[in-house]
Ligand binder design. Structure first.
Ligand code: HEM
Length: 473
């Protein structure tokens, strides 16, 4: 019987075309190649997605520049798309624009190349390897988290500086000097700015078109390449074994014994810089902002840090014994997810809640939407780290919270990022209290990541620690 049904469907598809037969999901008028949707999305993607979900439900369909485009907003369907049907999905075309900087690194690669690279790169992100990065993270953050009493800072910019230094130290150990870190940081700022708001990025203007932005972007990538190829070359020539992330990547071999080429190592190194520093910095910046706004949370956080660390620097082991600190970070990423959407392109037709998603369609899942859904997070605007207590978290569907994406392409750096964020937050909070400048309105700039448009400004106050009691010998 099912063979007859399949044959009938095959004939119908040939006669009427796939499009006429598929069950469409509800959504706004998609005439004129979906220009209205395209304009709505371009004007304010966060508001536009919320409108789609609120008006059309958990699977909303529209067109963007003539392409079918779906917003999937129920955690079970997100799991269905990202995890259970991962094989029917591929990397989406929005990522193409990153290739200009990242080449074919893990974030931009697809198919067989991605599979090989994911396997090789995983060797640098095992729990054992990650624990070995903690000392470098702590040493750098210890030096980086220093501000004068009464100084006004932009929390996001400061956290960006610290996480940039951390990722440089973890990647290259002592193989990178202060001057080179500065070169990479400055160039990375140009690159972040390019992706955040340049028309060249939005309209994919080819890199050879000599606009001023294109020229400064090309020069920034060239400067980083100079630093990276120099470090890679020196490492290849030296006989010394290095314990840092680059050392692990240089030593990583595939089943057939082949290792990465210099170009692939360069692509992966710059990918780790870009994917690894801005996201963690945003998490920390938003966390410091929220903690400053919620004195009860700050009090409980300080109690935990005092009890577990008592003013000393944290270690990898400590990062597992600071549950409230972790919850505070998790709750900040719920409200302000640095990666606010995770997209895929349909490679093989699938059904979601009875609606057909055709080949070539764009599927978006949005952390911004789902993390603020009152069905899974009552009183969603409130900052309440207790939501992430183990006993409460287990009552939610798994994909109600997915700051690191999901399925085979889940963020490879998620445990790295959590450990790093816990260590930096513990160091900064033990030393300082941050007081937000009054009358600041937080405006969000959703581009590749969810940035605060004008930063978050705060006055730094030194904490006065009680002197330690020295026992008489
Ligand atoms: C709080 C910090 C971070 C957040 C919120 C975050 C989020 C994400 C998300 C949502 C994805 C896409 C997952 C998907 O498509 O399903 C991703 C991918 C990735 N992330 Fe992260 N990330 C963070 C930190 C890091 C760090 C520290 C590193 C490296 C040191 C890193 C490296 C990567 C890489 C290489 C990928 C591509 C993985 C692949 O396609 O196989 N991320 N990240």
């Amino acid at each position: 019987m099912s063979k007859i049904m399949d044959a009938a469907e095959g004939i119908a598809r040939r006669v009427f075309g796939d499009e006429a037969l598929r069950t469409k999901a509800p959504g706004p008028d998609a005439s004129f190649l979906g220009l209205r949707a395209t304009a709505g999305y371009a004007k304010s993607p966060l508001q536009w997605m919320r409108y789609l979900r609120d008006t059309y439900g958990d699977v909303a369909e529209t067109q963007v520049l003539g392409r079918p485009w779906f917003l999937v907003s129920h955690p079970d369907d997100i799991e269905w798309v990202l995890v259970k049907n991962a094989k029917k999905m591929k990397r989406d075309a929005y990522i193409d624009i990153l290739e200009r900087t990242l080449g074919k690194g893990l974030l931009t690669a697809d198919g067989e190349l991605w599979k090989r690279q994911r396997k090789l790169m995983s060797q640098a992100f095992t729990p054992k390897r990650i624990a070995t990065y903690a000392d470098a993270m702590t040493a750098v953050s210890d030096r980086g988290c220093h501000w004068h009493d009464g100084m006004t800072v932009d929390l996001h910019a400061e956290m960006s500086r610290v996480t940039m230094e951390v990722v440089s130290a973890v990647l290259f150990g002592t193989g990178i000097g202060a001057e080179e870190v500065r070169t990479v940081s400055e160039a990375m700022e140009v690159i972040n700015g390019f992706y955040a708001n340049s028309p060249e990025a939005i309209f994919k203007v080819p890199e050879w078109v000599p606009t001023p932005t294109n020229r400064s972007m090309n020069a920034a990538v060239k400067r980083i390449d100079g630093v990276l190829f120099d470090i890679i070359g020196k490492r290849r020539r030296s006989k010394e074994k290095h314990d840092d992330l680059l050392g692990t990547l240089l030593a990583a071999v595939d089943d057939d014994g082949s290792a990465m080429t210099d170009q692939q190592l360069r692509d992966e190194a710059i990918t780790l810089f870009l994917a690894g520093h801005e996201t963690t910095a945003l998490t920390l910046g938003y966390t410091l902002m929220l903690v400053a706004k919620y004195p009860d949370v700050e009090r409980r956080l300080m109690e935990e840090l005092d009890t577990v660390l008592g003013g000393r620097l944290p270690t990898a082991e400590d990062s597992k014994n600071l549950p409230y600190t972790r919850q505070v970070l998790e709750e900040a990423m719920r409200l302000y997810p640095p990666a606010w959407t995770t997209g895929r392109e349909v490679a093989e037709e699938i059904e979601v809640r009875g609606f057909t998603l055709p080949v070539g369609a764009q599927v978006l899942t949005s952390q911004w939407i789902v993390h603020r859904d009152p069905r899974f997070f009552p009183d969603p605007e409130a900052f309440d780290p207790d939501r992430f207590e183990k006993s409460k978290a287990k009552d939610r569907p798994k994909y109600a919270y997915f700051p690191f994406g999901g399925g085979p392409r889940v963020c490879i750096g998620n445990h790295f990022a959590m450990m790093e964020a816990i260590l930096i937050l513990a160091i900064a909070m033990q030393r300082y209290h941050f007081e937000l400048l009054p009358d600041q309105e937080l405006k969000l700039a959703p581009s590749v990541t969810l940035r605060p448009k004008k930063g978050v400004r705060a006055v730094v106050k030194h904490r006065r620690r009680k002197p330690a009691v020295v026992s008489a010998a």
